[in-house]
Design a protein around this ligand. Structure first.
Ligand code: AMP
Length: 282
């Protein structure tokens, strides 16, 4: 597996790939890789000749007081995992390689409508940071396809819209959420959890499934369902950031007539913030 630290080296290799007709599949990550990330690599492997992963903890998408400085870094084992899934190359730029003019003097990309609820509300500026780094990676690597996890449902919808709205010729592909046996969505942030917290965290998916069942049974009082789920999570020992029954495309609060839904939730367990979601088709 090739390891690139500079944009120049990366772009030279990718230009050669393109000239020889290879399709490039991009898998952007922040590292500390687990089976969730590797499912994206597997999906890319099936659909592209050259699979490029990127590992970059993007300071622009972290707010003050968030976990930028403590974000887990496990580069050597990340390389091993990527190579074991037949990834062809990995791009591991420094912050100055990605932001040569500094992060405070950076052009920003924003998708305001889809960013106004859920994580966008709790983490101001987060999605501008995500859209900006993803645009930069798209422009640098010009992939045919790019793979993102459904675990970050709002992020996936935002990146799809950004790509369409800005006429970026990349096909954005969503990959289903990988979970542990208890149902907990895999996440690098699960590493922050103590053993006893891991079993508490599994209640997040439970609350989503329980609410989905009630929706399927015909319950139409969405606010009451959101309150019930909030109580369930609080009783389980989780602090609710949000629990929202939303329209799956607009991400706006769902109305009683909507049938294409997603339930989006974020909770805190101690200082650790966890997110999850479930699609519901009525
Ligand atoms: P991150 O390193 O957390 O920025 O995630 C990089 C990519 O992996 C994003 O597209 C995530 O949505 C995706 N991802 C993270 N966790 C999972 C998971 N449990 N299942 C599927 N995809 C995931």
């Amino acid at each position: 597996m090739q390891i690139f630290e500079t944009r120049d080296d990366l772009q030279k290799t990718l230009a050669t790939c393109r000239q020889s007709g290879q399709h490039i599949g991009l898998v952007p990550t922040m590292g500390n890789l687990h089976e969730g990330h590797l499912a994206l690599v597997d999906a890319a492997r099936k659909q592209s000749q050259y699979v490029l992963s990127t590992i970059f903890v993007n300071p622009l998408q972290f707010g003050p007081g968030e976990d930028l400085d403590n974000y887990p870094k496990t580069l050597e084992s990340d390389y091993e995992l990527l190579a074991s899934r037949h990834c062809d190359g990995v791009f591991v730029p420094s912050v100055s390689e990605m932001y040569p003019n500094g992060i405070n003097n950076q052009t920003l990309v924003s998708v305001p409508t889809l960013s106004r609820h859920h994580c966008g509300l709790s983490r101001p500026g987060h999605f501008e940071g995500v859209c900006t780094i993803v645009s930069k990676l798209f422009n640098l690597t010009m992939p045919d396809m790019a793979f993102f996890g459904e675990k970050d449902y709002q992020q996936l919808q935002i990146i799809k819209k950004m790509t369409t709205d800005l006429c970026i010729p990349v096909k954005v592909v969503g990959v289903p959420t990988q979970r542990t046996e208890s149902g907990l969505a895999m996440s690098s942030r699960n590493n922050y959890l103590e053993d006893r917290q891991v079993s508490i965290a599994a209640n997040l998916q439970r609350s989503l499934k329980m609410t989905m069942e009630k929706l399927k049974q015909g319950e139409t009082n969405f606010s009451a369902l959101e309150l019930d789920a909030g109580e369930f999570l609080t009783t389980a020992g989780l602090k609710v950031d949000y629990f929202n029954i939303s329209h799956a495309v607009t991400l706006e609060p769902a109305g009683a007539r909507d049938s294409n839904l997603v339930i989006l939730a974020a909770v805190f367990l101690g200082k650790t913030r966890l997110i999850d979601n479930i699609r519901v088709q009525l």
